[in-house]
Write a protein that binds this ligand. Sequence first.
Ligand code: PRP
Ligand code: ORO
Length: 191
Amino acid sequence: MTVSGGPFSGLTNWDLVTDSIDLARQVRSVSRLTGEFTLRSGRTATEYFDKYQFEADPVLLDQLAERLAVLIPEGTEVLAGLEMGGIAVVTALARHAKLPTAFVRKQAKQYGTARLAEGAEVAGRRVLIVEDVVTSGGQVVLSTNDLRKLGAHVDHALCVIDRQEGGSQALAAEGITLRALLTRAELDAAA
Ligand SMILES: O=P(O)(O)OC[C@H]1O[C@H](OP(=O)(O)OP(=O)(O)O)[C@H](O)[C@@H]1O
Ligand SMILES: O=C(O)c1cc(=O)[nH]c(=O)[nH]1
């Protein structure tokens, strides 16, 4: 049985599974660090995925974007990448998805256009949050609140890595469904 249509047309289901294990292995290999890390949430961890390592490799980033594009919910009108790591991901993803893109700051600049969400207009549109790593889900919740205040309709977020530390549940409580390309469990299994 082969996939018909779309970017993976002609591949068997087995090809897709082995591709996705290979992708997990590559992401793990370039980005996984061990040591003592303080996370954005204030938690501490002994394992950290340095997203800038998979974002700095254009071939790997493009493979990730191709896979992420398949996970975009139907009806999405705008992709919104979160500063800073989410910006590279959303830019790569937009090339596959052909959707307008917004670049979302943590804080609006105090000069120039002084916009929090740069690029595509988000007001009144169905906006998909695009993130690199989700841990507690705190950053996605903060940025979703910002975007909703600007009039965006946000009900989904898409990330490269879900560390599976409660982020998905925290987002669900705010009416946001998280889709992840890779979970921590998949990265562990790819070791
Ligand atoms: O789910 P959370 O607990 O919120 O943690 C994940 C967030 O933390 C990291 O961002 P960081 O603050 O390191 O920012 P950067 O992308 O600007 O480097 C990561 O890129 C997510 O935005
Ligand atoms: O929670 C975080 O801050 C975090 C975890 C991680 O593995 N990678 C990252 O960039 N941020």
